[in-house]
Design a protein around this ligand. Structure first.
Ligand code: MN
Ligand code: MN
Length: 456
């Protein structure tokens, strides 16, 4: 099979490898949607972006970002054309499957401090047991202060884990089907076992000791967990995979791999014809709903703000901006896996090293719920990619009726704009660690840059 690797000379190879170093660093510092927003703002400000606040006038080349509650972000590079002539949008999501801590999570059971959880997104629950987990998130106190939590990433940090049953006693468990081998309500993390030194007749002394540690070392109390968002994620860094270092294994490729490549593309964009946009959205894994999800009015509000700087805002101008816009809904696709070839139609599967992966439609059961981009729009995309030597593949997520998936594509397409799914193929999607090809990461980044510059 011919892959992109064959077209790279040694100079390009260095660029491909170097680009993934930046991506791995992003992954390591963006394990939650909030961390992804913070890290993206840090990179954007270095590239000359500033927050859109009290801006009265905008001109071509201006660079702004809008921060929605620290959980989703929209970045703009103002183009030479008016906004109502349409903008070019790269959209990706920055939430990933994980294990969220419940609001009343703490209990002691036979001398062990346990943290109760509620998983987030579609996971094979058994994959999240017996591995080091770190705790990321925020604890918001009644006085308005916010404590940022990040425990378990530094080498000498403690970690926690969700235990698994030893194989020696797992006869009944091993006879269950995969969906129930580990049940959702059994995802309780072990987080302590030393009792407080009190009179021995007092109960829950391990929990008391744990609460003392929370108070002393982290500055909050049990009641503050009600107004907290704490996420358990795999501890550890993204790593090169393969002795040739051709791939990256890390937590949360879905979809920070498209978020980072889209972000890198817009940060390098200067004075485009049409306004360039990058939307990094939250809540895709649970339906794109809520204030920080793709279905929120947030993005339309950003467009309205920008149109209003021209002085003659009206709703029709916003409607025109939306319907004249084009978008790449950038999300991961399923890469062919030699261990599980039976789930694909080989003619339409995505392969590592074949470049950015486009899905005209996603959905399941007869394209249900799919955006299904127009053939005309796809022809335009083929033209600009071929003109710029970007490698790409047009693929489907699995065999017909094998399963399927959704992205944010339909959300923006419902605003009457052209949208197609375009992303990077990964193996082990939604597992604690996912795998992607560095060549595909690089080709996606190139595709996103070309799209912002040349799509009209
Ligand atoms: Mn995704
Ligand atoms: Mn997903």
């Amino acid at each position: 099979m011919k892959t992109v690797w064959e077209k790279y000379d040694s100079k390009t190879m260095k660029k491909v490898m170097a680009f993934s170093e930046g991506y791995k660093d992003f992954l390591d510092h963006a394990k939650t949607e909030r961390e992804a927003v913070n890290k993206s703002i840090e990179l954007a400000e270095k590239a000359g972006f500033r927050e859109f606040k009290d801006v009265k006038k905008v001109k071509a080349g201006d660079r702004f970002y809008f921060n929605n509650r620290g959980k989703s972000l929209a970045l703009f590079v103002i183009g030479k054309k008016e906004i109502e002539q349409g903008v070019n949008i790269l959209g990706a999501h920055i939430d990933s499957p994980r294990i969220d801590v419940k609001l009343n999570p703490l209990y002691e059971d036979n001398g062990l401090l346990m943290i109760d959880t509620h998983y987030y997104g579609g996971i094979k629950k058994y994959q999240w047991t017996a591995r080091p987990l770190s705790i990321h998130g925020v604890v918001c106190k009644k006085d308005g202060s916010v404590i940022e939590v990040n425990i378990g990433e530094k080498e000498d940090d403690p970690i926690i884990e969700i235990s698994d049953l030893l194989i020696h006693l797992a006869k009944d468990q091993m006879a269950k089907n995969g969906a129930t081998v580990v049940e959702g309500e059994d995802l309780n993390a072990l987080a302590g076992s030393i009792p407080a030194k009190e009179k021995d007749d007092e109960k829950d002394l391990v929990k008391k000791n744990f609460l003392d540690i929370l108070k002393k070392e982290y500055g909050f109390e049990e009641a503050d967990l009600i107004s907290a968002e704490l996420e358990l994620v795999p501890s550890g860094k993204a790593r090169d995979l393969g002795l040739d270092r051709s791939m990256v294994m890390g937590y949360g490729h879905d979809d920070r791999i498209c978020a980072y490549t889209s972000l890198a593309a817009i940060l390098e964009t200067e004075k485009p014809e049409r306004t360039s946009v990058c939307i990094l959205t939250d809540k895709e894994e649970i339906g794109s709903i809520g204030a920080t999800g793709a279905q929120s009015s947030f993005f339309e509000n950003c467009l309205a703000e920008l149109i209003a700087t021209k002085g003659d805002y009206n709703d029709l101008r916003l409607r025109h901006a939306l319907e004249n816009s084009r978008m790449l809904s950038s999300d991961v696709s399923a890469a062919f896996d030699p261990n599980y070839p039976q789930v694909n139609d080989p003619k339409n599967a995505a392969y590592f090293g074949k470049g950015i992966s486009f899905n005209k439609y996603t959905g399941s059961r007869g394209k249900s719920g799919s955006n299904d981009a127009t053939a005309e729009y796809i022809a335009k995309i083929r033209r600009i990619l071929d003109d710029n030597d970007v490698s790409y593949q047009f693929t489907e997520l699995g065999r017909v009726d094998q399963g399927g998936g959704g992205t944010i594509a339909y959300v923006l397409a419902n605003k009457n704009m052209d949208v197609v799914d375009a992303g990077i193929a990964v193996q082990n999607m939604h597992a604690p660690y996912e795998t992607a090809s560095k060549a595909d990461i690089y080709e996606a980044y190139k595709a996103y840059k070309v799209f912002l510059k040349e799509m009209d």
